[in-house]
Write a protein that binds this ligand. Sequence first.
Ligand SMILES: Nc1ncnc2c1ncn2[C@@H]1O[C@H](COP(=O)(O)OP(=O)(O)O)[C@@H](O)[C@H]1O
Ligand SMILES: [Mg+2]
Length: 263
Amino acid sequence: MKKDAFLPYTISVEHLGKTYKSADGQALVALKDLSFEIQDGEFICLVGPSGCGKSTLLKILGGLLKRTSGAARIGERSLDGPGPDIGFVFQAPTLLPWRTILENVLLPTEIRRLPVEQFRAKALELLAMVGLAGFENRYSSELSGGMQQRAAIVRALVQDPPVLLMDEPFGALDALTREQMNLEVLKIWSRTKKTVVFVTHSIAEAVFLADRVFVMTPRPGKIDEIINIELPRPRDLSLINTDKFGVYASRIRQLLQAKGDLS
Ligand SMILES: Nc1ncnc2c1ncn2[C@@H]1O[C@H](COP(=O)(O)OP(=O)(O)O)[C@@H](O)[C@H]1O
Ligand SMILES: [Mg+2]
């Protein structure tokens, strides 16, 4: 067998489906028959119209939500619950206002009843890496939106999960901060070699970040097309003005417009 078949954190999804049941018993098919594989260390961006099931898919991959059909695995582990191998970053930073930044970043470690002291040095190192040295004892109200989101990313990274799932993490930030955050994420990714699955509704963000862009159809969500982004790395912002970048972006825009609009 190929050695690749034993990569420990390959995400594999087969015929995945999710049907929600509303309170009045109505069924809503959010995801239907998705199949794909994500290799160790890949950067995947997920784009699709609002309501097509991007967050649903990410929560299933994070073990935060149960699928209703099909299989989803990370390595050998069936994705039936959250695990230390996966970090999750939500759209809002969701920091607790009564805890300092450092205490927020260490919260998941506390919740998992791990020896918090052993993670403190790692937390401080990561905070420094994202430019938050000196802010560890501040409260979230003293930080800008971009700084809060960086703290939320550090919170997801403290236990060094091999897989990082990010659900529109920069949607609420202004354009300039967002570009800085994109560079930050690429820096973290290239240093730590994690697998990243990143949901965005910005086509430019997807092309800039990804190895592959998964374009989804409107609900019930399926993968419409997978686009390989063959742009050199390391990437910097000048890439956005190149012809090749533009070709990828317009291809994705076309696909999305053919199926309804982006939100
Ligand atoms: N807890 C829920 N109960 C019922 N329907 C839901 C629930 N969460 C999401 N949905 C529905 O599932 C579909 C996909 O939602 P979501 O995954 O949030 O889409 P996206 O993130 O792509 O905007 C939407 O139609 C949404 O209304
Ligand atoms: Mg969503």
